[in-house]
Ligand binder design. Structure first.
Ligand code: 5GP
Ligand code: MG
Length: 187
């Protein structure tokens, strides 16, 4: 039997090695704090959380449970990324339900803003569905990698421009279930 990786272990996924970067405890503390910020800002409203699949699903599950408001939930899937380098194109693979979004206070939940390409192209698409308001909550943000001006109201952690996995984020399909976030040890 193999044991689940301990947070102090270097791990290997495909051809790359990753070192521990954000522990489950640090993630939990920050995500709870973000939930409380949202709770405060949306105190008299019922925000609609639109979760970007697949990478944001674990972050969203923890974030929503830290927001003590009558929230609603939807999912969307866009792809703009393969391997470890960003491509320019954004495909909407699972579109949002426009009837659910119209007139709502929408909070888009994203795992990571890297170049900003995905949200730069996707946010205007969402605006076409006429939400009452639209804000972004991202767990991770790489300020050194960003190429597009993307509005982000809630940012969990600003991180260096190095590839990370875990807590929902993958490397070519693997690593999403890791409880912590790991940073590439070599490229
Ligand atoms: P952007 O369009 O901002 O360049 O990248 C957005 C998407 O690229 C993210 O939602 C994520 O799917 C992917 N991405 C960017 N950086 C990383 C990273 O360090 N690790 C992983 N696993 N995905 C990333
Ligand atoms: Mg993503």
């Amino acid at each position: 039997m193999t044991h689940p990786p301990q947070m102090n272990d270097i791990i290997r996924i495909h051809d790359l090695r990753f070192r521990p970067y954000l522990t489950p405890e640090r993630l939990a503390k920050r995500v709870t704090g973000m939930g409380q910020e949202i709770r405060r800002d949306y105190a008299d409203r019922q925000p609609y959380f639109l979760v970007m699949l697949k990478g944001a699903f674990i972050f969203a599950a923890d974030l929503l449970r830290a927001v003590d408001l009558p929230i609603e939930l939807g999912f969307v899937r866009v792809s703009s990324y393969s391997g470890t380098s960003t491509t320019r194109k954004v495909n909407v693979l699972v579109p949002p339900d426009p009837e659910e979004i119209r007139g709502r206070d929408v909070i888009l939940v994203e795992d990571i803003v890297d170049s900003g390409n995905t949200l730069y192209h996707f946010l205007p698409e969402l605006e076409k569905a006429s939400p009452a308001s639209l804000t972004v909550a991202t767990l991770l943000y790489k300020p050194d990698a960003v190429e597009h001006d993307v509005p982000m109201e809630y940012i969990g952690f600003e991180i260096p421009d190095k590839f990370v996995v875990g807590y929902g984020l993958d490397y070519d399909g693997q690593g999403r279930q890791l409880a912590g976030i790991y940073q590439v040890a070599e490229e």
